[in-house]
Design a protein around this ligand. Structure first.
Ligand code: ZN
Length: 368
């Protein structure tokens, strides 16, 4: 599906191109009202790239019986650096202990025991830290730290959790997670939890639950990125109405009649994210595309619907089903394909990290 270049330019003009995206433009065109800190941001933002959803080496399995992920983690982080991906949400999987991967997909095998979800969150966080300690990734909590890591050639790992199950209904734990470095929570995953309704289970709460509302309020107050991937349309609408800050949907695609999938989203669902000023991470799973070219079509479809400034990438790296981006070399190939199909380097830079950077600048507290 082709994209009108003019539509892009009009969108960019309407949105106002952010100052830090002007690396291709003449400096003389910049206004004199810009501050010294804007100038500093220009320098630090150039080359910033961000994967909204990644599980390098399936690190969340480390410490479970039969799981040896150390080499895979190390190799994936090196692949990230080589492919030009400078930072990502390294996502723990809150409900992994109760999920079963079958030939036909993922299913929930049982309920959590009391305390089990919190203990497993602690295990995964500890394991991720041990992996990072001996590898070339660096755990970061804000953009200042990410920019410092990038300057030294280290991949930035922002800690995220896929599923709010680990909170176990205790809002105090949200503050603890923040203090421990968690900077994003995807409210729901495959197991029905007590935050809100999912895309893949019958509704229980008609959107966000009362506890889910407390979590949204708490995340906004603390400065954490709210991720609504896997949430039902009604849950996303409740979050978007409530948050008052940009939110992300880290990994999905627009549904198509040819390849309908319960984890894909409608046009209205996508617009909810864009209307918050947030970003939708394109999801290169085999459910939506069988070739990189098809994934590029999906990229343009999303851009045409919500605008270039609301689109990013969530590879779901090493947790994805038959992905068409199976390495960060493939990610680099996607970048080249976007340029070959008519996007400028500045436009591509928005998709690969610039848009997410704006969300992080708005949501995260500076320097803490
Ligand atoms: Zn995931």
């Amino acid at each position: 599906m082709g994209l009108s270049r003019r539509a892009f330019l009009e969108q960019l003009a309407a949105a106002g191109v952010a100052p830090w995206m002007l690396d291709e433009c003449s400096r003389e065109n910049e206004t004199t009202s810009r501050t010294q800190s804007d100038e500093a941001d220009d320098v630090s933002a150039a080359g910033f790239t961000f994967d909204l959803h990644a599980h390098p080496g399936e690190f969340f399995r480390r410490g479970l019986p039969g799981s040896d992920v150390d080499e895979a983690f190390k190799a994936r982080v090196e692949d990230m650096a080589a492919g030009g991906m400078t930072s990502a949400f390294f996502a723990l999987v809150a409900d992994i202990a109760i999920l079963e991967i079958t030939d036909t997909g993922i299913r929930v095998s049982r309920l959590f025991e009391p305390g089990e979800a919190w203990d497993d969150y602690r295990r995964q966080l500890r394991q991720l830290r041990e992996l990072i300690a001996v590898g070339s990734a660096r755990e970061v909590r804000n953009l200042v730290e990410a920019d410092a890591a990038r300057a030294e050639g280290a991949v930035s790992a922002f800690v995220a959790v896929e599923g709010g199950d680990f909170l176990e209904g205790d809002i105090e734990r949200l503050g603890r997670a923040y203090d421990e470095g968690v900077r994003s929570i995807q409210l729901v995953h495959y197991a029905q939890n007590n935050l809100g309704d999912l895309q893949t289970e019958p509704p229980v709460y008609d959107g966000l639950s009362p506890f889910g509302r407390d979590v949204v309020d708490g995340m906004v107050a603390l400065g954490m990125v709210i991720d609504v991937a896997h949430a039902s349309f009604t849950t996303v609408k409740d979050v978007a109405d409530r948050a008052g800050v940009p939110i992300v949907l880290s990994h999905s695609l627009l549904n198509t009649p040819e390849r309908p999938h319960p984890r894909h989203i409608s046009a209205d669902h996508a617009r909810l994210i864009a209307e918050t000023g947030g970003v939708i991470g394109l999801w290169p799973s085999g459910f939506g595309s069988e070739t990189l070219d098809e994934f590029v079509d999906h990229t343009f479809r999303m851009i045409e619907l919500v605008g270039l400034e609301h689109v990013g990438l969530g590879t779901d790296m090493d947790g994805n089903y038959r992905p068409v981006i199976a390495s960060y070399q493939d990610y680099a190939a996607w970048v080249r394909a976007l340029e070959a199909r008519g996007l400028s380097k500045t436009e591509v830079a928005r998709l690969t990290g610039g848009n997410v950077r704006q969300v992080l600048e708005t949501v995260l507290k500076r320097g803490v």
